[in-house]
Design a protein around this ligand. Structure first.
Ligand code: NAD
Length: 294
């Protein structure tokens, strides 16, 4: 049994922490809103009063927080978790954050003798509940080996993609693809509607051809039903596309469609839709086309 401190029990973190309990680990969870520790406690885990409390004596600490500044605030600094963790222990940051921040966490960890792995995920809330997440891990070989048994309790596709920060770079590519494909699905649905085609039937046949994708399978039905409860919030995808555009610029790479998607996602948020699922890009295509209820 491993003692695991788990910080950030939101949409993703809560079911991931529960799966760690089910796998036989002793899990001590902390969340800023204390009520969110309830699913963990109900499954046999424990609640901590502070992040430091959760990290004290833990073999492994996992963070699943919204954004880079949240992870920096909790992990780094004079009172940061790295100062509370024992040498030889392991920090796994599973949040989606900037690759350069992930590199900084690993450097600081190395200085203190703590293994650090960046291990962002894809697969959404359902993947977190079912422990079928796709996990892209960055870190040195020893850190990854130490993390693997813990990651296996939360995901079904786990790949060591490279050194510190590489996991976040792969996750950024994931968000670039997901955002762009949702936008094209949204445009296709509005296009089909304008031509009076039965969209259910269209989606059925499209899903079997080259245009078939996990996004069409998982998002089209909700889009047709105009059900935009997240899921993955526009606010978070906006954050991720900021990471993508900055990292592309830094590397000197052109991402014209990605930049356009980032702009559209930002506009959707500015229109007050930040709390909706990212498939709400449909609302904007409808609006631009003078159609729908948006
Ligand atoms: P969320 O907002 O539901 O959860 C984040 C949790 O962290 C909240 O419960 C919040 O109270 C807590 N929190 C924030 N700051 C804190 C702090 N300083 N100390 C302690 N707790 C704090 O977000 P989520 O959907 O669970 O996403 C978490 C991360 O996973 C994000 O980086 C997101 O981009 C990524 N992600 C989300 C999904 C998804 O489908 N929701 C999928 C893949 C990756």
């Amino acid at each position: 049994m491993t003692t695991i401190g788990f910080i950030g029990l939101g949409v993703m973190g809560a079911p991931m922490a529960v799966n760690l309990v089910r796998a036989g680990h002793d899990v001590v969870g902390y969340n800023r809103t204390p009520a969110k520790t309830e699913p963990l406690v109900a499954s046999g885990g424990r609640a901590a009063a502070s992040p430091q409390d959760a990290a004290n004596g833990a073999d492994v600490v996992i963070t699943m927080l919204p954004d880079s500044p949240d992870v920096e605030a909790v992990v780094l600094g004079d009172d940061g978790l790295l100062t509370r963790m024992s040498p030889g222990s392991l920090l796994i940051d599973m949040s989606t954050i900037r690759p350069d921040v992930a590199v900084r966490l690993a450097e600081e960890g190395r200085r203190l003798g703590i293994h650090v792995v960046d291990a962002p995920v894809s697969g959404g809330e359902q993947g977190a509940i079912d422990a079928t997440l796709s996990i892209m891990a960055g870190g040195d070989a020893a850190a990854y080996e130490a993390a693997l048994p813990v990651l296996e309790a939360m995901g079904s596709t786990i790949v060591h993609v490279g050194p510190p920060g590489a996991g976040q770079t792969v996750k950024a590519a994931n968000q670039l693809m997901v955002g762009g494909i949702i936008e094209l699905v949204a445009e296709s649905l509005v296009f089909l509607d304008a031509h009076g085609v039965d969209r259910q039937k269209a989606v059925e046949v499209l899903a079997g051809g080259l245009a078939g994708s996990a996004i069409l399978d998982r998002k089209a039905a909700g889009m047709l039903a105009r059900a935009f409860t997240p899921g993955f919030r526009v606010d978070l995808h906006h954050k991720d596309l900021g990471i993508v555009t900055a990292a592309a610029r830094e590397a000197g790479v052109a991402i014209p469609l990605g930049a356009l998607t980032a702009s559209l996602m930002g506009a959707l948020r500015a229109q007050g839709h930040g709390a909706l699922d990212h498939s709400a890009l449909l609302l904007q295509v409808e609006q631009l086309s003078g159609r729908g209820e948006a």
